[in-house]
Design a protein around this ligand. Structure first.
Ligand code: CA
Length: 243
């Protein structure tokens, strides 16, 4: 059964293809069209961004290297604008781009070029079955607020600017509020599965986070549990005297 036929009576599934290589985009659009999808093609990042905010697509196929605005930037801005269509990134060469970053920014899956149409079709169907992801809710730990959708963080009313990795580490701890997260768990969730660096990278990022969300505010929200890992306190690290 084709994905395009799997939603009876709902009309064809609408796909936005953002790809600047014309022959490749035309082939892909033709194949998808023959399989019953309604396909719109955008040739630049800027055009893709505009189209995706104007129409509600069931899925977006997004190239990374695009004129105007990169695929990374497109997916980041879509999520920030509350557009939650599933995004499948199309990347030119394995290792050339940091796929972990694309996934951190809100992409749902990726394919490395060259790929066969059959593989693309299978991955697209899997993505469509999953449906549009829900906008994640804000997470709080005391007066620490984390908005995973907008990738923003506040201590009280003061916004704390975090890098992509810092945010991902904090997001992971906040998702397991009050529980111990081992370095291995954090590494597995935040870095690419092929990451072969040292586990101590986690410690380094915990240090960066503390200097941003704790030290300036006189808090200790991230606890080190010796030999076990880290824990984000559910009270956000309110000083003992104020508890
Ligand atoms: Ca390209």
């Amino acid at each position: 059964m084709d994905a395009a036929e799997s939603y009876e009576g709902a009309g064809p599934m609408r796909i936005l293809l953002v790809e600047d290589e014309k022959a490749f985009a035309d082939d892909l659009a033709r194949g998808l069209g023959q399989d019953g999808f309604a396909v719109d093609v955008a040739r630049t990042g800027t055009e893709g961004l505009w189209s995706a905010t104007q129409e509600e697509y069931d899925a977006i196929l997004l190239d990374i290297m695009l004129p105007g605005c990169s695929g990374y930037e497109v997916v980041r801005r879509l999520r920030a604008a509350d557009v939650w269509s599933p995004v499948l990134m199309l990347t030119a060469k394995d290792g050339e781009h940091d796929i972990a970053d694309a996934l951190d920014l809100g992409a749902d899956d990726y394919l490395v070029k060259p790929f066969s149409y059959v593989v693309l079709h299978a991955r697209l169907r899997a993505l469509l079955r999953r449906g549009t992801p829900e906008r994640p809710v804000q997470l709080t730990a005391g007066d620490l607020t984390i908005d995973p959708a907008a990738r923003r963080c506040w201590r009280g009313v003061i916004e704390v600017v975090l890098t992509t990795r810092e945010f991902a580490v904090l997001h992971h701890l906040a998702g397991h509020l009050g529980d111990i997260c081992s370095k291995t768990q954090v590494l597995g969730h935040v870095w690419d599965e092929h990451f072969e660096g040292d586990l101590n990278i986690v410690e380094v990022y915990i240090g960066y986070l503390r200097r941003k969300i704790d030290v300036p505010f006189g808090r200790t929200s991230i606890e080190t549990i010796r030999g076990a890992g880290y824990r984000l306190r559910s009270d956000g690290g309110v000083p003992a005297v104020e508890r």
